[in-house]
Design a protein around this ligand. Structure first.
Ligand code: SAM
Ligand code: SF4
Length: 440
């Protein structure tokens, strides 16, 4: 009998990629995806541990499922991902409603884990990314999307003092070059036009001296791929070969997501980031010189322990200089097991004021960038119809959402769209293609 699985994903794009691969795997033992909780025979929560309340979110979510199934037989409950890796036995003790724990390097074994779950509750394992990717190579990537994620690298050896990734995802591991190309070809055969290369430190990719730059240029040769992106990068791995790719590549998009975290060298040192603002700015200006249309986005940690008013002002100055067009900013959140978890945190009220001050400028940059596109014609990769099916949804070269009038035969194509209106996160317009018409 067919079984139904409900998969809920928290966190980054890498978790989204993992959830899709988990689904490709469990399909083999007869599971079909459902988007209704109440229909699920199996409920899988793919968790993220990067910031505060990660654990609480899991228990809250399980509580919700418990309520839904109060008067029915319970589904098989699986907690996967980084919280599962970090908490494992603790979770089973605190919430006996959870049946199985699967760490991020063990999901390729999930079918056996499910079939034998009465004997073994935890499939946590050591960090064995090699065997996971070797297995995944053999299952088809079932993604049928215009834009697809492709994980090329996992883990991290950099040990920034605030970050749990080296503990939850293990040491840096780069997938074999040809294995990635194989997966890229499958994605393209399935209709993918945009490939987003993923890694916790994607630009640290190094497989037998083949770097991210080599990979981009090789994927670019695949005819049907129209756009290439990569996330997330570390400033120290923006090597000259990668910078040079922006000269050569016709498909690499002009948005560079390069997390800086803080504009103060003192705070960067406290964070163990191993780069300075000077080197960050050098990378920025090198890229701007190659193509003035290149824009930057970033991640910021506000109110890191030891950040004083001057340090914070340095961050504001950097934001104003670079004019990041889209960024993530959060107050520092102590993560268990990290060096920074033992440091004294800043006053909550002051932290919040700093976050709001930084976000005000970041959002202003975003609004101004979008406003500058009004009455302009831009290239949009069309991904799908909007939920109400009356408009199309796509993305600009800078990853901004674009909602516009157009015919649904434009899905999967790059089309010219005239932007008529904008807000902080979205551009609105109309396709100027000759086949343009409203979607019925
Ligand atoms: N490898 C990338 C780099 O070096 O910048 C970042 C990857 S990390 C998984 C994603 C983002 O989460 C970071 O850039 C950082 O801004 C944020 N982050 C990580 N730990 C955090 C913490 N303890 N508190 C607040 N934000 C955090
Ligand atoms: Fe975390 Fe990125 Fe630092 Fe690695 S380089 S520890 S992933 S923030």
């Amino acid at each position: 009998m067919e079984q139904k699985i409900f998969i809920k994903t928290f966190g980054c794009q890498m978790n989204e990629y993992d959830s899709n691969r988990i689904y490709d795997t469990v399909k083999k033992i007869g599971y079909k995806k459902t988007d209704k909780y109440e229909d699920a025979d199996c409920y899988l929560l793919n968790t993220c541990h990067i910031r505060d309340k990660a654990k609480e979110k899991v228990y809250h979510e399980i509580g919700r499922v418990k309520k839904i199934f109060k008067s029915k037989s319970k589904p098989l409950i699986i907690v996967a991902g980084c919280v599962a890796q970090a908490e494992n036995e603790e979770m089973l003790k605190r919430e006996p409603y959870i049946d199985l724990i699967v760490g991020p390097q063990a999901y390729h074994k999930i079918n056996n884990t499910i079939l034998n779950y009465k004997n073994k509750k935890i499939e946590e394992t050591e960090f064995d990314a090699m065997s996971k990717f070797d297995y995944l190579r053999k299952i088809k990537n079932g993604s049928k999307q215009t834009s697809s994620f492709l994980t090329i690298q996992e883990g991290c050896d950099k040990f920034c003092h605030f970050c749990v990734v080296p503990y939850t995802r293990g040491p840096e591991y780069s997938r074999p070059f040809n294995q990635i190309l194989e997966e890229a070809k499958i994605l393209i055969d399935n209709g993918t036009k945009e490939i987003i290369l993923l890694g916790q430190n994607v630009n640290a990719y190094n497989y037998e001296d083949l770097r991210l730059s080599n990979l981009i240029l090789e994927i670019e040769k695949l005819q049907d791929v129209k756009r290439i992106r990569y996330i997330t990068s570390h400033p120290n791995d923006m090597t000259d070969d990668l910078i040079e790719v922006y000269k050569e590549s016709k498909k690499l998009m002009p948005l560079v997501h390069l997390p800086v975290q803080s504009g103060s060298d003192k705070v960067l040192e406290l964070m163990n980031r191993k780069h300075t603002i000077k080197t960050y700015l050098e990378t920025f200006y090198k890229l701007k010189k190659i193509n003035s249309k290149i824009e930057f986005s970033s991640d910021f940690i506000i109110a890191y322990p030891g950040e004083n008013k001057k340090d914070f002002e340095d961050t504001l100055r950097l934001i104003k200089e670079i004019k990041f067009i889209n960024s993530f900013s959060f107050i520092f959140s102590p993560r268990p097991g990290t060096v920074a978890s033992k440091l004294e945190t800043l006053d909550k009220k002051e932290s919040l004021i700093r976050l709001e001050t930084a976000q005000k400028i970041l959002f202003k940059n975003q609004i101004e960038m979008n406003k500058s596109l009004e009455n302009q014609i831009i290239n949009v990769l069309v991904e799908k119809q909007t939920d109400e099916k009356i408009k199309l949804f796509g993305r600009s070269e800078y990853m901004t959402s674009v909602i516009f009038n157009g015919c649904d035969n434009l899905i999967g194509k790059i089309v010219k769209v005239k932007i008529l209106k904008s807000n902080q996160n979205t551009l609105f317009g109309t396709a100027i293609d000759s086949t343009h018409q409203r979607v019925a």
